[in-house]
Design a protein around this ligand. Sequence first.
Ligand code: AMP
Ligand code: ZN
Length: 437
Amino acid sequence: MAKYWNEKVECMSREDMKKLQDEKLVKQVRHVWDNVPYYKKLMEEKGVTPDDIKSTDDLHKLPFLKKDDLRECYPYGLLGAPLKDCVRIQSTSGTTGKRVVAFYTQNDIDLWEDCCARAITAAGGTSEDVVQVAYGYGLFTGGAGIHGGSHKVGCLTLPMSSGNTERQIQFMRDLNATILCCTPSYAAYIGETLKEMGLTPNDINLKAGIFGAEPWTEEMRQEIEKSLGIKAYDIFGLTEISGPGVSFECSEQNGMHINEDHFIAEIINPETGEVLPEGSKGELVFTSLDKEAFPLLRYRTRDICVLSRAKCSCGRTLVRMTKPMGRSDDMLIIKGVNVFPSQIETVLLKDFNATPNYQIVVDRVGNTDTFEIKVELSDEMHTDTIKSVEMLEKKLSADIHQILGIRAKITLCEPKSIPRSEGKAVRVIDKRKVYNA
Ligand code: AMP
Ligand code: ZN
């Protein structure tokens, strides 16, 4: 059984990998300078030109890119290839108005699918396998990336998308799916449903699962492994950098190997931007070395983690990242959707004349996220009759759904009923335990 999808790069010596990255970085910086005026300007502001970047040792000289830059550049401002050469866009979940859209040339798609093929192979997948893709298909990168990777490996691919859980289980049984790919919370839900249907892991043929797109704990891994009778592998990625497969777990299940031939990872201090030495906990920053259409340099992910070059018994030499341990911004991932509290605040304050006394409460019941927004009534809201309160609740609920793509329970409260804080206001109460302690 093939152990690696691309042994040459996955097991490359550190020196050879650095040489490869050095060469690619010099070329990529030139490509960006020549084709992306927005980033060229950032470089000029920092007094850097492509001539200053001779190897990865000079990476720290380049300016960072943040999500705000991506929003400002929406939709075409960071495009690095002519639109006629682009074949696809994907987009991050849940953001309104100025979404983050990422463009792909055919080479970019091949690269991304190749990364997913590495992840599937690392999870034991071969052309003998039947891969059930229960990530959402569409603008979200989950479905498309794994789908393409599964084709590359030659697996029989079931493009289920998410939802309709009993049917998922029926297909899983009828078609002998061996590898399940979806978000960890959906995997847990499938496990729960299996049990409710009076079935056990012996009634299905799954051997592995590849789960990502949201944080999950080791406890959750164990629960999923038990309920489905599988080995559960983590996979990490973000739309801006390509999608799932930026890094993936191997049989060691101890950190995710980053596809360093395509993406350079750095860890920085999120406050100062200073690059931290290996083993430090900080914010993960990626530079994409090969992407043509959306070639982001030093993109700040806001994910907090640690990198390790300790030898891995799987034989891969690719650097490993821990599971994300938190975020350096306030983004929540609720039901798989990225939610910024500021999006909710804008709706409440701007569109509904609410006071800033509101609270976002997130919890997990069984394996499903719950999402409640408590809003204090104010005089300006004109809610003097029961009917007007009901109307307000309905309208708020619809607006939040439209903006985020997920539903929240809206609870309107009496004035002054939400506790005031003497320090920083506590607007978000996340009762879930999604990150490892
Ligand atoms: P999106 O581009 O909308 O799919 O969101 C990307 C973000 O999802 C990342 O920056 C992480 O915060 C989160 N994410 C993706 N994969 C994982 C994972 N395996 N574990 C924890 N968080 C993840
Ligand atoms: Zn390994």
